[in-house]
Design a protein around this ligand. Sequence first.
Ligand SMILES: Cc1ncc(COP(=O)(O)O)c(C=O)c1O
Length: 370
Amino acid sequence: MDTKPYSTWLEIDLGAIKNNIKQIKAMTGTRMMAVIKANAYGHGVLAVAKAAEQAGAAWLGVARMEEALNLRAAGIKSEVMVLGYTSATMIPEAIKNDIHVAIYDSEMAKAYELQADKVDSRLKAHLKIETGMGRLGMAPGLALDFMSTYYHHPKFDIDGIFTHLARADEPQVDSAGSQLAIFNKLLAQLRGASLCPPMVHAANSAAVLNFPEAYFDMVRPGIALFGLDPSPGSPVPETFRPALTWKARLTSLRVLPPGHGVSYGSVYVTSGHERIGVIPVGYGDGFRREAGQQVIVRGKLVNVVGRVCMDQCMLQLDSVPEAQVGDEVVLLGKQSSQEISANDLAARWGTLNYEVVCGLADRLPRLYSE
Ligand SMILES: Cc1ncc(COP(=O)(O)O)c(C=O)c1O
């Protein structure tokens, strides 16, 4: 991996992603849809899609049609599904590109039918059921009627039915269990009427870890593919490996005299002669403009001082006299015995690890290793 041209970059270990996928496949013993929306949770969608295919994920899940078409344009051949909303005007493209869409109401199905009529083949779709997430989904009471109309419809190929769990990371609360009971009751009705699609799916990463009864015919993990925890209370097993490290290079190092302001607003002022370093990373990269940040230099945690700028921030390096311009600095990941995890950054920023990795800007070069 040649990092020399870059001042900040992401190192992504595709071997870790493949390891995590293989472990999920071994744990669940079922088919997998690798959920790689939002640029594969910041890890870079095309490289991750190929790695997921190689590791045995037969399906790829994204949120939007543009993401699905991007996969097809790059030559990805696996089954691809849009889990969220698809505009009816995109249905001919979905059919031509062999992309599965989610349907969650009858009006939508009617609009899709009009568009599907323009193309000489059938629309592949999965019916999404509301069981307690309160987001997208058809009320279970409407599903039998819907399937009576559409399961054998000449323009539709409804090959899946799915739901999404709101609290699968909290196995102690009675939420996922209730959602699954509602879903199972509907599945029984549909089976009784011979109207149940062949592929049933419900499990996100947290359900993969906590609810084997949610595995059905396919699991849909996202965050765990990247070795990250669905929540601090539902960690991935120790054998899963985080795939991403965020690095930067120290681009300047100076001793500033006492009383010298650092960065916009001079909210930090040196109290003596201080060694102040600069790294070319800022909020334009997804490194938040917040006080109290730390990074790792020469195996030691050091403080970011002054306000984070769009493309740069400053480090207090008095505790690292051996630091030099050109040194590798770690913002997320390990260096020597120190580590800053996505959970650590999430705690620092008052958010969750999902938002940390999804917030990594497109402009950050992504360098891959196996
Ligand atoms: C419908 C659906 N399935 C699966 C996932 C994957 O979830 P996770 O990243 O928690 O595994 C998501 C992500 O939010 C989703 O929206």
